[in-house]
Design a binder for this molecule. Sequence first.
Ligand SMILES: [Fe+2]
Ligand SMILES: [Fe+2]
Length: 278
Amino acid sequence: MSNLTIKQIDWQFDNPEFYFNPANREFSAFMNSIGFMAVGLERYFCKAMKDAEKLITDPRVLEECRMFNRQEMVHSKAHHKHCKALIARYPGLQEALDRCIEMYDEHYETHDLKHHLSYMGGLESAFTPLFGTIIDQRDLLFGGDPQVSSLFLWHFCEEIEHRSSAITVYNHVYGDHIYRMRNVKPMIAHGHEITLMLQDVFRKAVPEFDTEEFFKTWAKPLPKWTLRKMGWKIAASQLPFYPHDTQRLPAYFAEWNKRYDAGEDMRAAYAGPVLAAA
Ligand SMILES: [Fe+2]
Ligand SMILES: [Fe+2]
């Protein structure tokens, strides 16, 4: 039985700024790019997982696939709400949302299911080392608007919660490790193409935009050793038989779930480094 849980949170955004953490503009831009991408990407994942359902013969894998889809749908809706709030302030950002959805829809139409499930398996595997590092280092990266910081930290915790779902589905349906590893390069290239599109739209739509190549500089507050370790772990996460289930998880992951289970309003759970340390 799947241990994934569906948490419906009514996210609220009060006229959010593009640079929601003014102390860390590159990271803010990087998070916004993830937010716009998430709407199209998670819709793409859900379509592929729906197609995969008819090929799944193990009821446990089928349940995991369905629960994964429900979580991703909730994430997509939450980010859509944040994107719309940004668009209300910067109308030109509508193009970022439309293009992300179009580019992932086009990718879905022009590739087969093996490609889609391999894309998902690879990308979702990289999320635990990437988002786990961001969660661990949250006080160096997040801050500013607590509503926006809390949205991303919630999403990253859930990505860690369902870290092995997509790779489990790929391994069950196709299990072709060589194909998946060959697909890593095209997957990165596709993500990069979307990021460059977003950078162009941000430049046109956000008058204060001044963080060119934010996707290369977002991690500059992090210690060098932490970055190196994250890079190794991301590379290792693409290897066959990587132990996704037994990865060390950020302590905040357990803390987030404990606070949520205790009934805390998690919409502004992360108050920033100063208050969090107080
Ligand atoms: Fe997600
Ligand atoms: Fe995910």
